[in-house]
Structures are given as structure tokens and as C-alpha cells.
Ligand binder design. Structure first.
Ligand code: 0WD
Ligand code: CA
Length: 380
């Protein structure tokens, strides 16, 4: 198995540790047929507008409109508009789980259970992006994470806090990285229209406050999950027209020229793409390959559920089952550690590459993340 849980001999105050290790997996059968243990259902949708205001509807939904298949490259200039048509979300604002919690408050009737100890029919509530980080932890060698966990009326809420290293990186981001981030959003604008039969409008403004989010209920092993994730677009001509499988994730990546570059892409980058789309059941990922001048020199579509086939013959590569086993074990670990039902109590789980997971306990501190309006709305 890819993890083990043990109690360190000489440790005071911290309690249990969860170790992350990529040992030879001996019990991968825990998740036999990939996908059969994870079934996703869309519970709802919400949108964040150009001013980052919440709306409990799909007004920000966009439609996948790829360029015509003919021609060597689609002629997208990903740098266009960076200086003059870019409105950036203020990423120093900590939003926590607030938008998702707002959706829950408005939809709590459809989430109720018979179980008296439990208000919502989910063991865990979180952002999809936080689960992506947990899934890829066994293979992550650069960035650690900090996840705050609170048990409230029978459900465990997980909210990420920025690590010191991530904050430094965000504040010192180079001009080149900022432009690369923009290029990802610009690619979305070239590939998406506002209506199912519309055409993309690359003359418009890129505003990263805008978001369309899906709310998904799913299971991982014995855990029921309720999470939300931002969706780039839906394909009105999808062979599987139901959400979430009609959704398409758009990505950009540097064009590859050699088999070695492609192997490295499979080992280090596509694992994140896979984990992010696999969780909510987004069935396709469309990559736009960037040339050195910022133009898109090619497109490639990946079917999320077939990505494992691209890597399974590379023995040094990541394995989906290791990720899922680790994530399921981590969630089980949270259930054993966070047992006091208290919206003001936070267990802060920290992980850095090469180290085990550790945690600290905080009462009514800066780490508290369930707002009063949420606690009151769900207590009424
Ligand atoms: O407060 C926080 N620490 C975070 C809040 C961290 C991550 C996300 N968020 C919130 C935002 O409100 C956002 O609307 O979550 C929403 C997106 O959640 P997610 O889908 O669970 O996040 P993730 O899968 O990491 O990212 C999906 C997309 C990204 O697309 P790419 O193709 O780059 O993976 O959401 C965008 C980005 O476009 N995104 C964010 N948007 C707002 N705030 C953030 C962020 N912090 N991170 C990624
Ligand atoms: Ca994307």
C-alpha cells in the first residue's frame, strides 16, 4: 500500500502522523476497475460574475467551439490583450469555501439526511482543487500544502490555507509567469462562445473574476464527497450530453519536440490534469500547445479516463490507484483525528515533500473558516 499511519515514538502535542510513501503497492486491488469506485453526479451550478459576485445559476457557462479541423494551426495569439484587455481577480483576497457554502445554504433542502447526527448527506465538503492536491501528493516533489479541517454537524469541511512558500511565490511572481497565466485564460477565450451556436470573440476582455462552477457529489472508496470545481466550458455537441461528462477542461502547455519532452509531460504535468478532471468526471481535456512566440501551434484532446493508458508502460511513472489509495487513506485519517463537532475548532494539516503529514489544533483562531452566517443558516 502507498501509505502508512503510525504514531511516532517521541512526539508531544501533534498526535498522529500520516506518512506519504511510494512503496511498491501491494494492495492496489483496493480500487480494481478505475472509475467504478468514483461515481459523480452534478448537484447544482453557480456563477461568479465580472465583479466576483455569486449567482446561484449557470449564467457564466461557456460553450466549447473548437476551430475548424483544417489548417496546420488555429492562429491564436495568446499574448493579445495582456496589456490592454485583462481584468485580474485580486488573488490576495482569501475566499475560503464561501461561494460553495453560499450554494449549500441555498440548496440545503436537497442535501438533507435522515441521519440525526448529520445535517448534509456528505462526509466531506471542499473545493475540487484541494482534493486534486491530496490526490497528487504521493508524486509531488515541489509544493507542500496546508489544509484546515473542521467538523460541523457531522460533515468534515476542508479549506486550504496558503503556505508561506506559496505566498512568497505569488508575491514575487515574474512578469513571464504572469503572462503565462494570462495565456491560459486567453486560450479559453479563443475556444469558447457565450451561446451554444455562437462563435468565440477574441476581441473581448479577459476577466478572471468570472467563473462557472459545478457542484458534484461523488464517492471515493467509503467516503462521500460534496465538492465544487470551476468548469471551463460545456460541449453542446458532446457524445455524452449529460453534465459532468459534457464538460471540457482547457489547458495550455509548451509545445513538445522530442519523445523525452513528451515523457516528462506525461510524468509531471498530465498527472495534475488527470486528477483535476477525473474527480468531477470531466471527460475531456483539450490542450493548446504554445509556440515560443505565444501562438498556438497545435491542439490535442485527451480523454480523461484513457490517460492512464498513456503512462502505464512507463515503469517510473505515476499510477492512478496510488493517488486514489492515498486520498482515501488521508480522508479516513481525517475522520479518525477530527472528531469534535465544533465550527470554531480547526485541525491544520501540513505536508511538505519528503515529510509525513502532521497537524496542529487551533481553537477560534485565524484559521477558522466556517463563517457565522453559514453556521447560523445551518443551525436554524
Ligand atoms: O481560497 C483558495 N485558497 C482557493 C480558492 C484555492 C483554489 C480555488 N479557490 C476557489 C475560487 O473561488 C475558484 O472560483 O475555487 C474556485 C476554483 O476551484 P477549483 O476548481 O476547485 O480549483 P482548481 O481545480 O485548482 O482550479 C480550476 C481553475 C483554474 O484553472 P486551471 O486550468 O489553471 O487549473 O480555477 C481557477 C483557474 O482558472 N483558479 C482559481 N480561481 C480563483 N481563485 C484559483 C483561485 N485561487 N485557483 C485556480
Ligand atoms: Ca483550465
Amino acid at each position: 500500500l502507498c501509505f502508512w499511519i503510525r504514531k511516532p515514538a517521541a512526539l508531544t502535542g501533534l498526535g498522529w502522523w500520516l506518512n506519504v510513501r511510494r512503496a511498491t503497492p501491494t494492495r492496489l486491488q483496493a480500487f480494481p476497475a478505475l472509475g467504478s469506485d468514483v461515481t459523480e453526479a452534478e448537484m447544482g451550478r453557480f456563477s461568479l460574475d465580472a465583479k466576483r459576485c455569486f449567482h446561484g445559476d449557470a449564467r457564466q457557462m461557456r460553450y466549447y467551439v473548437p476551430p475548424p479541423a483544417e489548417g496546420p494551426s488555429p492562429g491564436f495569439d495568446l499574448r493579445d490583450g495582456y496589456r490592454d484587455r485583462y481584468v485580474q481577480r485580486d488573488d490576495s483576497v482569501r475566499e475560503g469555501l464561501d461561494h460553495l457554502l453560499q450554494w449549500i445554504v441555498e440548496n440545503r433542502k436537497q442535501l438533507q439526511t435522515e441521519d440525526k447526527g448529520k445535517l448534509l448527506n456528505a462526509d466531506f465538503v471542499t473545493w475540487r482543487g484541494h482534493l486534486t492536491k491530496v490526490l497528487t501528493t504521493p508524486y509531488e516533489s515541489r509544493e507542500g500544502w496546508l489544509l484546515a479541517v473542521t467538523l460541523f454537524r457531522g460533515t468534515l469541511y476542508i479549506s486550504e490555507f496558503e503556505t508561506e512558500a506559496a505566498r512568497r511565490e505569488r508575491e514575487q511572481r515574474s512578469e513571464m509567469l504572469k503572462e503565462l497565466t494570462y495565456m491560459g485564460y486567453k486560450f479559453e477565450q479563443y475556444m469558447c462562445a457565450d451561446t451554444p451556436d455562437g462563435i468565440p470573440d477574441p476581441t473581448g476582455v479577459v476577466n478572471t473574476n468570472e467563473a462557472f462552477c459545478t457542484v458534484i457529489r461523488s464517492r471515493l472508496g467509503s467516503h462521500s464527497l460534496l465538492f465544487s470545481g470551476e468548469v471551463d466550458c460545456t460541449d453542446p455537441r458532446s457524445p455524452s450530453p449529460q453534465p459532468p461528462s459534457c464538460y471540457v477542461e482547457l489547458k495550455t502547455s509548451k509545445v513538445m519536440h522530442s519523445p523525452a519532452q513528451r515523457r516528462s509531460f506525461y510524468r509531471h504535468k498530465i498527472i495534475k490534469w488527470w486528477a483535476q478532471s477525473f474527480l468531477p468526471g470531466v471527460s475531456r481535456i483539450v490542450a493548446g500547445y504554445r509556440g515560443p512566440d505565444g501562438s498556438v501551434v497545435g491542439l490535442e484532446t485527451f480523454e480523461t479516463m484513457k490517460i492512464f493508458k498513456l503512462i502505464r508502460d512507463d515503469r517510473g511513472c505515476w499510477k492512478p490507484a496510488v493517488c486514489m489509495n492515498f486520498c482515501a487513506a488521508f480522508l479516513a485519517f481525517l475522520k479518525t483525528v477530527v472528531t469534535e463537532d465544533n465550527p470554531k475548532l480547526v485541525h491544520l494539516f501540513a505536508w511538505n515533500p519528503g515529510h509525513p503529514v502532521s497537524y496542529t489544533v487551533h481553537q477560534d483562531s485565524q484559521y477558522r473558516f466556517l463563517p457565522d452566517w453559514y453556521v447560523e443558516a445551518l443551525s436554524a
